[in-house]
Design a protein around this ligand. Structure first.
Ligand SMILES: [Fe+2]
Length: 200
C-alpha cells in the first residue's frame, strides 16, 4: 500500500504523547519539508521525499536511546510494515541513520549490538542499494533539529549532545561526501535553497 505525505503527517500526529517527549515529531516534519525542497530542485518527486522524511523516525513513538533494546529503526520498520505499507516506506526507517552502507557509520558512537534484530538491521544496511530518496533523507536528517540548519552546524549539535566517539571522524567524512554528492547533482550549493540558514 502506498503512503501519502498527508497520511504520514497523520501517523506523526497519532504518535504525539507516546514517547518521553515530542521533539522528534517537529524534527521529522523538518526533515520531510527539507527533503521536499531539495527533491523539487532536482526534479525528483517532492511528495515521496516528504513522505519518507516525515516517517523516517516513526519508530521513536516507542522511545529511543542506546539502552532501548527495541531501537527506533527496527521499531519503525516493523510498525510501517504492520500497517500494510510497502517496503519502500519501511526501509527508510532502517537506512536513515547509516551512511556508506555501514551500520557503524552513524552519529552517537558505535551501535549497541545487543539490540533486537541487530543482525537483520546490519545485513540490511550492508546489502541494500540506497535509493536517491534514501540518500536524500540521510542528508536531511543531518540538516534538521526541528528547524533546518547547515549540516555542519547540526553535526556540531549532535557532537555536543552525544559526544565524540571512535567512529565520529568516519561519520563526518561520509557526511561531507553526501552533501557534496547532492551539491554536484544540483550544480550549486544546496544551502542556497534555504535562505533561513543565515538566521538559524
Ligand atoms: Fe531523524
Amino acid at each position: 500500500m502506498k503512503l501519502t505525505s498527508e497520511k504520514a503527517l497523520e501517523l506523526l500526529d497519532q504518535a504525539r504523547g507516546l514517547a518521553p517527549d515530542d521533539f522528534w515529531i517537529g524534527h521529522s516534519i523538518c526533515v520531510g519539508n527539507t527533503a521536499g525542497i531539495i527533491a523539487k530542485a532536482l526534479g525528483m518527486d517532492e511528495g515521496v521525499a516528504k513522505t519518507l522524511g516525515f516517517i523516517h523516525d516513526i519508530g521513536k513513538r516507542n522511545g529511543w536511546g542506546r539502552n532501548n533494546k527495541y531501537s527506533h529503526p527496527i521499531a519503525g520498520y516493523e510498525y510501517i510494515l504492520n500497517l500494510g505499507y510497502d517496503e519502500e516506506y519501511a526501509n527508510i526507517c532502517l537506512t536513515h541513520s547509516y551512511l556508506n552502507n555501514d551500520i557503524n557509520c552513524v552519529a552517537g558512537g558505535l551501535p549497541n549490538t545487543d539490540r533486537y534484530r541487530y543482525e537483520f538491521v546490519k545485513n540490511f544496511v550492508e546489502s541494500h542499494k540506497y535509493t536517491e530518496y534514501e540518500k536524500l533523507i540521510n542528508l536531511c536528517d543531518l540538516m534538521c533539529t526541528n528547524k533546518v540548519l547547515t549540516m555542519e552546524k547540526r553535526l556540531i549539535y549532535l557532537e555536543i549532545k552525544y559526544g565524540v566517539f571512535s567512529n565520529t571522524v568516519y561519520h563526518l567524512t561520509e557526511a561531507q561526501k553526501l552533501k557534496k554528492y547532492f551539491d554536484d547533482k544540483l550544480g550549486y550549493n544546496l544551502y542556497t535553497l534555504f535562505p533561513e540558514l543565515i538566521n538559524n
